[in-house]
Structure formats: structure tokens, C-alpha cells
Design a protein. Structure first.
Length: 102
């Protein structure tokens, strides 16, 4: 079940989640891959994780770029599901395709 993160936890998210930033109350990450296939392939991997968690990102893709924003709309802030999804995305990045830059 989803629950909002405490203010203290939210304040420490950027330090505890490499590559993520807090922007406008959301977890935000921008990724760049070698090409469209790399970006879209990574999105497919994240989609499977998101579906398993029952929590889906706000994201956009333009050729080799992927922008991900996480928040829990029905709770009005960041929840344990956002944290779990960000952690899983980072795990996929550690074992997945190489990127040109974040």
C-alpha cells in the first residue's frame, strides 16, 4: 500500500538516489542513450517493473533521450512507491545498456 514519505525522507532522497533530483515535488531524472533503440528498450524494461509495482512513471522519450518524473498523484506527493521505482530504475541502469550521459 502506498503511503507518503516523511519530509525528512524526501529531503534526503537526492542524496540517497544517485542521478535523481527533486524538482517541483517530484523525483526527476534525465537519461541519454546511444540511440532510439537503447532508450526505448530501457523504457520497456522500466514498464515491466512499473506494472509489477502497480505504479507508473510520467515520462517522455525523444530519440535517445528519456525524461522520468515520479510522484504519487492520488496521494499528492512522493510515496514509498516512487522511492521503490526509482531504486529499481537505478538497478536496471547498473546492469543494463550503456548511456552516453545522464
Amino acid at each position: 500500500m502506498a503511503h507518503l514519505l516523511s519530509a525528512e525522507t524526501v529531503a534526503g532522497l537526492a542524496d540517497n538516489l544517485p542521478g535523481w533530483q527533486l524538482r517541483a515535488g517530484r523525483l526527476h531524472r534525465e537519461l541519454r542513450f546511444a540511440d532510439f533503440v537503447g532508450a526505448f528498450g530501457f523504457m520497456a524494461q522500466v514498464a515491466l517493473v512499473a506494472e509489477a509495482l502497480g505504479h507508473h512513471p510520467d515520462w517522455s522519450n525523444s530519440w535517445n533521450r528519456l525524461v522520468i518524473n515520479l510522484s504519487t498523484h492520488d496521494l499528492g506527493g512522493l510515496s514509498n512507491l516512487d522511492l521503490a521505482l526509482a531504486q529499481r530504475i537505478n538497478q536496471l541502469l547498473e546492469t543494463g545498456p550503456s548511456r552516453e550521459q545522464d
